[in-house]
Design a protein around this ligand. Structure first.
Ligand code: PLP
Length: 478
């Protein structure tokens, strides 16, 4: 393929994506294909001879699109939003055009420095304390990880390394393997699956402590767990606080957990994967009260800030802890040493290679501006409030807990069985996509406002599907 063919292929692809997005409401949000549909449709072997790009576009349209779940559709209310925008797509094209792997400064100075700049911009927009920022005098800084899952694991691995260093310094005769065996991580039973997985991947026992009836991990619960474990000869090491849980979007009180973690030398990481984006709006920052106690904080611009996957923004107060844990030298990795605070990002993450992710964050921040992004967040929260009103006006339903962000949880008063049936039928219809959670032991349906394009009329359409299905169920017509 030469550059002229690339221009033609690329323009055709951009037109295709623009048409797809313009017409997204005409498609069912869930595809009507059976498992194996694509495996059976595509050749068993890669083509031996080059093919024309037009053939690829044709197969994309005829084979790939019909098997796609439309995450950007206004009828998509499952999980949390998957960020996507034209600004981000173009940022990705530009980054892919450069094709750099920016693991050290010289490997691509622009890749590293744009990440430093955009993470400073973003940290300031969120109102993070200065000590988290690279532009502050201390050792703080931000890095873009591939996912919140990775950020949680990075935090865990660093906390483990730090604990071993701290304890062997106090008592050099201690055995490293023995210390590691005694370390414990803590989070709440409301945590995302990825948090629990970090415990398995990082070989640290992880306790899922019982959240209170509002889904929040309380300070007294954490302190009790620390004391119990210390009495058993174990060592509290790592705590993951959840700001915006996946199930019901509850917020752990950092102001309770933080002082306890600091007192017991446990690393406190915040998983704010979804809700962190809302902190660009000052009216939601009270939900991160206590942030000054935190060691690392992560949220996903690839969820609620219109940046395409993958872009997970992580800040640490003391980046030297990351470097101590992850710095492995090789002669071929020797880089120019500067006395500036420019990081070698390979020491801040798990892989060696790294994409130019800051480019799409940069294009989004510039094309939307902070005001545009705040408008997007507030619009979603207002639409969630609007949906809440619609559900509450129908006395067959209950909305709980009280929605704070763009997630509304509801159920039928008739109980778990009929609520589950309602969700099953809606998903089967392929018109709406939602998933379930539990709240105070009850089965609930999660309705997340997700699409960047969503407007009030879309909420009306989604509600009309839910209502119609409830009519059928509640009247006993199957
Ligand atoms: N944490 C929370 C609260 C989430 O809701 C999610 C995903 O929805 C994750 C972590 C995992 O995010 P990622 O896919 O970026 O690892």
């Amino acid at each position: 393929m030469d550059s002229q063919q690339f221009r033609d292929f690329g323009k055709a692809a951009i037109d295709l994506v623009a048409d797809y997005i313009d017409n997204i409401r005409t498609r069912d949000v869930l595809p009507s294909v059976e498992p194996g549909y694509l495996v059976d449709s595509l050749p068993e072997n890669a083509p031996e001879q080059p093919e024309e790009w037009q053939e690829v576009i044709k197969d994309f349209t005829e084979l790939i699109l019909p098997g796609t779940t439309h995450w950007t559709s206004p009828r998509f209310h499952a999980f949390f939003p998957s960020g996507s925008s034209y600004a981000s797509i173009v940022g990705n094209i530009l980054a892919d055009g450069l094709g750099v792997i920016g693991f050290s400064w010289l490997a691509s100075p622009a890749c590293t420095e744009l990440e430093v700049v955009t993470m400073n911009w973003l940290g300031k927009l969120l109102g993070l304390p200065e000590e988290f920022l690279n532009c502050s005098p201390g050792r703080g800084g931000g890095v873009i990880q591939g996912s919140a899952s990775e950020a949680t694991l990075v935090g865990l691995l660093v906390s483990k390394d730090k604990a071993v260093r701290r304890l062997t310094k106090i008592n050099p005769s201690l055995d490293e393997a023995e210390i590691k065996n005694k370390l414990v991580a803590y989070t709440s039973d409301q945590c995302n699956s990825s948090v629990e997985k970090a415990g398995s991947l990082g070989s640290m026992r992880m306790r899922l402590l019982k959240a209170d009836s509002d889904g929040r991990l309380r300070g007294a619960t954490l302190k009790k767990a620390f004391d119990e474990d210390i009495a058993q000869g174990l060592i509290p090491c790592y705590v993951v606080a959840n700001l915006g849980t996946t199930g019901i979007c509850s917020f752990d009180p950092l102001y309770e957990l933080g002082p306890i973690c600091n007192e017991y030398n446990a690393w406190l990481h915040v998983d704010a994967a979804y809700a962190g984006s809302a902190f660009i709006c000052p009216e939601y920052r009270h939900l991160m009260k206590g942030i000054e106690y935190v060691d690392s904080f992560d949220f996903n611009p690839h969820k609620w800030m219109n940046v395409n996957f993958d872009c997970s923004a992580m800040w640490v107060k003391d980046s030297s802890e990351l470097v101590k844990a992850f710095d492995i030298q090789r002669i071929y990795l020797d880089d120019i040493k500067t006395d500036t605070k420019i990081p070698d990002y390979r020491h801040w993450q798990m892989p060696l290679g790294r994409r130019f992710r800051a480019m799409k964050l940069w294009t989004v921040l510039r094309i939307y501006g902070a005001e545009g992004l705040r408008k997007h967040i507030r619009n979603h929260i207002n639409l969630a409030q609007y949906f809440t009103k619609l559900v509450r006006n129908d006395d067959r339903f209950i909305v709980e807990p009280e929605p704070l962000m763009g997630l509304v949880c509801f159920r039928l008063k008739g109980g778990d069985k009929i609520t589950k049936k309602l969700l099953d039928n809606l998903v089967k219809s392929k018109k709406l996509y939602m998933v379930a959670a539990t709240y105070r032991g009850r089965y609930i349906i999660r309705f997340a406002v997700c699409s960047r394009m969503i407007v009030k009329e879309d909420i009306d359409v989604s509600w009309s599907f839910i209502k119609q299905e409830a009519d059928v169920l509640c009247n006993g017509i199957q």
